[in-house]
Write a new protein. Structure first.
Length: 131
């Protein structure tokens, strides 16, 4: 097994997609995300998934079960399974971050260029892993 090793900040800077699945393991999935100013991921809840967010660049807010907290680069957020949550870009520049799902949430290799693409074709995890 090779696993995943790369410079996450360089990957964040290069990513122009709303969502890009970089690596899918048996119990964890790495997904790069980018929100344009005013954009959000949308209110969601994962009953069986804990989710970690690491913010690379930009400003925004995280809402967890109705509690809104400002976030910016270098902030980290952990959302426990079952919590209703949303990430909103409140800044003037793209908000770039990565998220770790445990267990995986999306099809390996998935790329949604825009939020509209993600809303039209969510493509849930199908059991296939990166290796």
């Amino acid at each position: 097994m090779k696993g995943f090793v790369d410079n996450i900040e360089d990957l964040a800077d290069a990513n122009e997609a709303f969502r890009r699945v970089l690596y899918t393991g048996r119990h964890l999935q790495l997904v790069m995300m980018r929100l344009l100013p005013g954009e959000e991921i949308g209110l969601e809840s994962h009953l069986e998934h804990d989710q970690f967010f690491q913010f690379i660049d930009g400003k925004g807010a995280v809402i967890i079960d109705g509690q809104r907290t400002p976030i910016e680069d270098d902030h980290a957020v952990l959302v426990p399974a079952g919590a209703r949550h949303n990430i909103v870009n409140t800044g003037d520049e793209p908000l770039t971050f990565y998220t770790l799902y445990g267990p995986p949430e999306h099809r390996d290799g998935l790329v949604h260029e825009t939020y509209a693409d993600a809303a039209r074709a969510p493509e849930p995890f199908d059991g296939r892993r990166s290796e």
